[in-house]
Design a protein around this ligand. Structure first.
Ligand code: PGA
Length: 248
């Protein structure tokens, strides 16, 4: 039985004060230990949120990292810096990074390897755009992204990943994939993992759904056999709606 995992991707939202308050509210009401919970504030608020949630089962996650150790890479943040502020996890390859910041399957792969070296759990995002879905290319696109992400990864390393299937057309648009649409792609990803590694590994890996997940639609999405949690953007910015998803 896979343990559910729900992550809040706060994106470029919250100042320190708001981040601390949101983390405090979530901490105060979180009692569902059957679900792993990850909070992913912006870099500048990681340490403050760490101070709030340290000693609890809630994980801290970053929204990106860079694969070099340190050096002349203006604006970048390394894996070691993330573990030093208390991160246990990191989102890699979010579609907004692919769309706006030149993230590629090659950079995603390098970031995953570096995160694993630092024992950070990567939440690896894949998903198709609307044009790709309409051209019936969803599976081709997701397979290419998965292949690129996993390139050169041993089964032992691949087993440490969390995958997030996030159809780009559903992110921040209010347009959610139907439970059936999401399930088809989740099943496809699991089958791909079984073929690349093993059935056992595929059955153990957690695959989150992301894209306009809200308290109102979470239960039916999470009822699908291959959906093991959520990566939540907008609805993670209020403790109440985030926790209603956790409890769904
Ligand atoms: P959304 O974002 O829940 O606001 O659609 C999800 C994500 O981008 O991870």
């Amino acid at each position: 039985m896979r343990k559910r995992i729900v992550a809040g991707n706060w994106k470029m939202n919250t100042n320190i004060e708001q981040a601390v308050r949101l983390a405090q509210d979530i901490k105060a009401q979180y009692d569902n230990l059957a679900v792993d919970v990850v909070l992913c504030p912006p870099f500048t608020n990681l340490y403050a949120v760490h101070r709030v949630i340290q000693g609890t089962p809630i994980w801290l996650g970053a929204q990106d990292l860079y694969w070099e150790e340190n050096g002349a890479y203006t604006g970048q943040v390394s894996a070691g810096m993330l573990t030093a502020v208390g991160c246990q996890s990191v989102i890699i390859g979010h579609s907004e990074r692919r769309q706006f910041f030149g993230e590629t399957d090659v950079s995603v792969n390098k970031k995953i390897k570096k995160a694993l070296e630092y024992k950070l759990t990567p939440i690896v995002c894949v998903g198709e755009t609307l044009e790709e879905r309409e051209a019936a290319e969803t599976e081709t696109v997701v397979e290419k992204q998965m292949k690129g992400a996993l390139s050169g990864l041993s089964a032992a390393d691949a087993a440490k990943l969390v995958i997030a299937y996030e159809p780009v057309w559903a992110i921040g648009t209010g347009k959610v994939a139907t439970p059936e649409q999401a399930q088809v792609v989740h099943r496809f990803i699991r089958t791909f993992l079984a073929e690349l590694y093993s059935r056992e590994l595929a059955d153990a890996i957690r695959i989150q759904y992301g894209g306009s997940m809200k308290p109102e639609n979470a239960a039916e999405l999470l009822a699908q056999p291959d959906i093991d949690g959520g990566l939540i953007g907008g609805a993670s910015l209020k403790a109440d709606s985030f926790l209603r998803i956790v409890n769904a």
